[in-house]
Ligand binder design. Sequence first.
Ligand code: ATP
Ligand code: MG
Length: 300
Amino acid sequence: MLFNAPDTHLVPFDGRFAVDDFATAPAPDGPSKSELKAELADLVEQLHELQRVLFADGRYALLAVFQAMDAAGKDSTIRKVFSGVNPAGIRTTAFGAPSSLERSHEFLWRCVQRLPERGKIGIFNRSHYEEVLVVRVKPELLTRQRLPRVAPETIWDERLESIRNWELHLARNGVVVVKFWLHLSPEEQKRRFLRRIEQPDKNWKFVAEDLEDRRRWDVFMHAYQDMLRQTSREHAPWYAIPADWKPYTRVAVARTLVQVLSQLDLAWPGVDERQQQVLAQSRAELLAETESPAEQRNNE
Ligand code: ATP
Ligand code: MG
């Protein structure tokens, strides 16, 4: 085990996950909106501190992957959860349909380019998993990839195996991979789509393909279920986060990240004896300098 995955919302590692067994909304007797807001503020502060030590420690990188149906709240979750982290320490990538350059490489290539270096946090808003989700649901996308051979009966298992192996390789090399599936109900998606259509400042967010994907909801859920069964593993766990109520979604994601990062053996770099001497000598040299008039004024 590379780290202990916290178990609230954890997708089991035994390949038995069923979409219908996981809720899209939190329990009704849970914390109120204002309690969740207060908890989020606290978690955001903890993430800020954890990112500082992640960077100073310099041995690990964190990769947070977000996948979901449209309007599940990926963007706003990312915005809120990482709102306290130093922007210099994070890189977010939103993966859309691949460019022709990207399609002329194997499917993991474009994601490798966007991996976080040691000390950094990488956020994937959609990811390599689109290759076993939208590409599986819409076979015409696979045709465009110009693969030398496609065996329809094995291609998805092969891709899922490639992803598992790649993520194991990353984990062994210090990239902590944590994956979030924001689990939205079709009813809540309908409400959010209607809001996008009815509010002029949200119109730009709505595209016709959104409804196309919605019409294929069951096919998507089948693809998600297979993906979650085959790729939630100790080295790269998936979390199925209820997404119908955003205040809860944000807290659940932030809490998981705090738990995962807190379990790493992160440490501030120590200062050896030689460096201690350098510090002492430098201090003495600075103090021995003749004070400039400005310093004299400041010290008065
Ligand atoms: P929003 O919630 O704002 O709509 P979004 O993540 O849906 O954000 P868009 O730019 O609307 O962003 O959509 C990106 C599109 O790119 C999605 O429809 C997604 O399925 C598609 N896409 C991503 N990766 C691939 C891929 N590897 N192959 C084909 N399509 C992809
Ligand atoms: Mg979209």
